[in-house]
Design a protein around this ligand. Structure first.
Ligand code: C5P
Length: 222
């Protein structure tokens, strides 16, 4: 098999309110960048579509920088075809319905109410592309504040069905996972689940990189 093409999303998206304010989240991009690095080191051709983060591009990775969820979706669709899509980004679920072109003035209380509209769900859109465009392997992440491992697996399985993807990498973000250095994950497919103990995001990325590359080289996945 020639080098598989893998598209990843990473980091947060930012959704402007006006030229100086935006809605966003605490995603650092570390897990996605570490996974892009691990996959490139394992011989994949990697396209990394990244929201605004302060991280260097891993060697051998093609990076596309975006700001908003809509830009991220468009960049992912433009990067197809691919053998795998891995949605690591913490995409903002909502964006302001209106993007003001002039800075809103605090003293005039111009903004007392923010109307929001739903952003595209990139993972779901990719997973539900028709067979000719859908990557063979579509992987999502699930950041949950689950009370226990059984609950985390249940939430991951529900997400697998809802999104229509092939694997969910679930993590419990009750602690300092988001923006932190470490992570512990549960890898859930329709048939199996496997947990990786708490470790640095680089170690987790190496395991996930091995799993993804193995699945891409296996004709029937599970
Ligand atoms: O529904 P939830 O946000 O928990 O789903 C998380 C997964 O879906 C992640 O893989 C994330 O990258 C992806 N996602 C997406 N577009 C969205 C929301 C989430 O691709 N608008």
């Amino acid at each position: 098999m020639s080098a598989p093409h893998i598209i990843l999303t990473a980091g947060p998206t930012i959704e402007p309110i006006d030229p100086v304010r935006f809605l966003s989240n605490h995603s650092s991009g570390r897990q996605g960048f570490a996974l892009a690095d691990a996959l490139a080191q394992r011989g994949a051709q990697v396209t990394l579509v990244s929201g605004p983060v302060g991280l260097p591009t891993p060697g051998g990775v093609t990076r596309v920088d975006v700001q908003t969820a809509i830009e991220m979706r468009d960049a992912v669709m433009a990067a197809l075809p691919a053998d795998a899509f891995i949605g690591v980004a913490a995409v903002a679920d909502w964006r302001p319905a209106v993007r003001h072109t002039a800075k809103l003035k605090g003293e005039k209380a111009e903004l007392t109410r923010l109307e929001l509209v739903e952003n595209p769900d990139i993972l779901k859109e990719v997973a539900r592309l028709d067979a000719s465009r859908r990557p063979a392997l579509v992987v999502g992440f699930a950041a949950e504040t689950a009370p226990g491992p059984d609950e985390l697996e249940k939430l991951a399985r529900a997400k697998l069905e809802r999104k229509g993807c092939d694997l969910i990498i679930a993590n419990d973000v009750s602690g300092d996972v988001m923006g932190g250095e470490e992570n512990s994950v549960l890898i859930v497919s329709r048939e199996t689940s496997r947990s990786l103990p708490r470790a640095g995001k680089g170690v987790i990325a190496a395991h996930l990189g091995d799993s993804v590359m193995a699945l891409l080289h296996t004709p029937s996945r599970g």
